[in-house]
Write a protein that binds this ligand. Structure first.
Ligand code: 3HC
Length: 282
């Protein structure tokens, strides 16, 4: 099946970035979220990021206008029945994704691949919720999606070679670099990244150094573009906590215990850049 129309569930940070790159690569996108205001916010972000690309001469004003025209924002999930490929980028909670995958399996045509942009949840488990486990796969993008080259392509236990090859090719068409990873908690990216961010939080909590000092160490000593606490704020502290819990549950090793400071900050609603306050004020 030729993929022309793509469905994206979730217009948040990752979903709007994914819609952006598909539309910029010429695909029609049905962007679905539960409330009109989330769609409006997502479209405003896409417009701002396309403008950034125009300012940097990466795309023309016409290409920006044509990408925006290709995105159809909807609150009615039934509209995804038209799509040739669907990617879910909703909240990182298994219950939320369970409901979505069951519904997508009912809505989508039988040959349609259902992908998840999950950052850590088992693809094998999501696949088992459907009657098409061979057509369920992980397609994990990185924030900011229009900029970061990587797509982790995650095979669930039942994912077919045909599904894997289609998604790998799709990532290349989006000008991304696919890397094949098997299904395991946190895959490769978050299995390695999140314990680093979590440990940086312990260093702050224990008074080893300030957030600024920890970040300077990583920027100047390890040439990271952002220090770990700036990066945690950028990803969202709630997302970091959800991922640490998936690592803790899935791998069972106490080394994945979420930092108590992280838990407290999420409880306080200090979620990082998106809420105006995290390890830094925005
Ligand atoms: N959309 C489009 N373009 C964007 C953009 C966006 N949202 N954000 C930045 N850009 C572009 C800029 O226009 C600029 O383009 P240029 O190279 O042509 O000049 C380029 O990206 C660099 O941006 P800036 O000059 O504004 O700022 P920086 O040089 O500080 O780079 C950054 C910003 C790319 C975000 C950089 O700090 C970085 O790479 N940070 C690390 C990001 C990272 O690690 N992401 C992974 C997070 S983990 C994840 O997503 C997985 C999940 O499961 C948790």
């Amino acid at each position: 099946m030729q993929i022309q129309q793509v469905g994206v569930i979730g217009a948040g940070t990752m979903g709007n970035g994914i819609a952006h790159v598909f539309a910029r690569s010429g695909y029609s996108v049905v962007l679905c979220d539960v409330e009109q205001r989330f769609l409006e916010r997502g479209l405003a972000t896409i417009t701002k990021n396309l403008e950034r690309e125009v300012a940097k001469n990466k795309i023309t004003t016409e290409e920006k206008a044509s990408a925006l025209k290709k995105i159809d924002p909807v609150t009615d999930r039934a509209r995804l029945a038209e799509c040739d490929f669907i990617i879910e980028a909703a909240t990182e909670k298994f219950e939320v994704k369970t409901e979505i995958f069951r519904d997508l399996d009912r809505l989508a045509r039988s040959g349609v691949i259902l992908a998840s942009n999950t950052s850590s949840i088992s693809i094998t488990k999501l696949a088992a919720l459907t009657k098409r486990p061979e057509k369920v796969i992980g397609m994990h993008f990185f924030n900011p999606v229009p900029v970061m080259k990587l797509v982790e392509v995650i095979r669930g236990l039942a994912t077919s070679q045909e599904t894997f090859a289609t998604v790998r090719e799709l990532a290349v068409k989006l000008a991304k670099t696919p890397v094949e990873v098997n299904d395991a908690p946190g895959f490769v990216s978050n299995r390695v990244l999140m314990p680093l961010l979590n440990e940086a939080m312990y260093a702050v909590m224990e008074g080893v150094a300030t957030a600024e000092a920890v970040d300077e160490v990583f920027k100047l000593g390890m040439a990271h573009p952002m220090g770990p606490l700036t990066l945690a704020d950028f990803i969202g502290l709630d997302v970091c906590l959800d991922i640490m819990r998936v690592l803790q549950d899935g791998l069972g090793d106490p080394k994945y215990r979420p930092c108590p400071l992280l838990i407290r900050m999420v409880d306080a609603g200090w979620l990082g850049r998106k809420s105006g306050r995290g390890f830094y004020q925005y």
